[in-house]
Write a protein that binds this ligand. Structure first.
Ligand SMILES: [Zn+2]
Length: 88
C-alpha cells in the first residue's frame, strides 16, 4: 500500500490519521490535523502560511529537518488544496 499524502500539509499519514468527512467516514486525501468532519481545521490557512509553518516545525521544534521541510514545500503547489491558489 502506498503511503497517503495529505493534500493540504503535504505530510505522509497513516490510515489511522485520516481526516473525517461530515458523515464521519474517513477521508483519504487529508490528514486529521487538516481536515475534520468535512471542513478544513484552519479555513484561513494560505499556501504561504503553510510554508511558514513547515519552516517553523523544522527550525524551532525540530519535528522535521530543514531539508524535509523544503522538500514538502516544493510539493505544496501541486496538492489539491493549493492548486487553485497557485493559479490566481
Ligand atoms: Zn494535513
Amino acid at each position: 500500500m502506498k503511503p497517503l499524502i495529505c493534500q493540504s500539509c503535504g505530510f505522509p499519514f497513516s490510515e489511522a490519521a485520516r481526516g473525517t468527512n461530515r458523515d464521519h467516514s474517513k477521508n483519504s486525501e487529508y490528514c486529521i490535523d487538516c481536515y475534520k468532519e468535512g471542513e478544513f481545521t484552519d479555513h484561513h490557512l494560505t499556501l504561504h502560511e503553510m510554508e511558514r509553518r513547515l519552516l517553523m516545525m523544522a527550525r524551532e521544534h525540530n519535528e522535521i529537518s530543514l531539508e524535509e521541510a523544503q522538500q514538502i514545500i516544493k510539493t505544496l503547489p501541486d496538492l489539491k488544496r493549493w492548486k487553485m491558489t497557485n493559479i490566481l
